[in-house]
Write a protein that binds this ligand. Sequence first.
Ligand code: PEP
Ligand code: MN
Length: 370
Amino acid sequence: MEFAPLNKWIPLDEGPLVIAGPCSAESEFQVLETARQIATIPQVKVFRAGIWKPRSRPGSFEGIGKIGLSWLNKVKSETGLLTTVEVAKPIHVQEAVEAGIDILWIGARTVVNPFSIQELSESLSGIDIPVMLKNPLNPDIKLWIGAIERLLKTGHTKLAAIHRGFSQFEKSPYRYPPHWEIPIELMRIMPGLPVICDPSHITGNANMVPHIAQQALDLEMQGLMIETHFDPLHALTDAHQQLSPSSLKTLVENLVIRSPKGTFEFERSLMELRHDIDQIDDEIIQLLAKRMDIAKEMGRYKSTHNITILQLRRWKELFADRMLKGQEKGLDNYFLSNLLRLIHEQSIQIQTNVMNEKKDEPNDDPNTKK
Ligand code: PEP
Ligand code: MN
């Protein structure tokens, strides 16, 4: 699996790639005014704008359509920025390519559908244009990898993945929680694939964007896609998460660029710390296994006494108690509640399995035999 490095398809200087622009192209003035202001930030190399907008419900602004492509052309000739739009159908690909758009991206709602991805890959076959693939809406790494593989199969190597967070039913401080472990796993499975972070959709909140942007760079992501609008409050889509060009400038100037490798001394101390982490992880695994063994035992016990698995009151008390203890130790509430729920879910699963096994066991008890 060979991917073209990012600097083979986007001229980069020092530092990460920044892609910026409004969520949606709304008017020629809005597009050009935003682009002019953004173009003064040296790290911004690509201008983004949605032309065809996938909206959850009909009746809201669904994108300006094809006419927006000509505005992007003006952006390119006036500012020199490369341009990128979202494509969801082969007709979008055709129109964007004909209009001279430089890079395409495929959105989260399209990456979930292998039929759409297959169709798009075929429509792109023989066209030398870079494609960026957002993660699918749901936290399913296979769909993301599958979409990348489909494009690779049609000969595309100028590819990048965009991490934009994942849908979640539970309440969260994020619009789409990042689940960092998923893009990290993607980087492990597909080395060489450039990964770009979209902190705008992850946070859904302009104030939180700088923090997530920094975190992405600290995790060795190679670029950022940040929604930027010359007048965010009046944006027709995603108004809460768009930055003004001046906030984007501040964000970019404040990014700390850390090196992936340090001095020998540094690496040695890091190794020691990693060793400690490895040991703690081993202990956590052993304790978890022990806890699950006890859950199994409880399952058997409940089954013998015909007691239901879920004891709601006990779970509530346990949850409150562990959250309190975690808080005292300075653990993050969101992290700890997710962890506790996961452990509890697994305990319930184990107990259910035990009950089912018991149910299926041949009944040797002569007293209860029919
Ligand atoms: C967007 O970038 O504006 C967009 C619709 O993104 P996503 O596919 O990540 O929701
Ligand atoms: Mn958006």
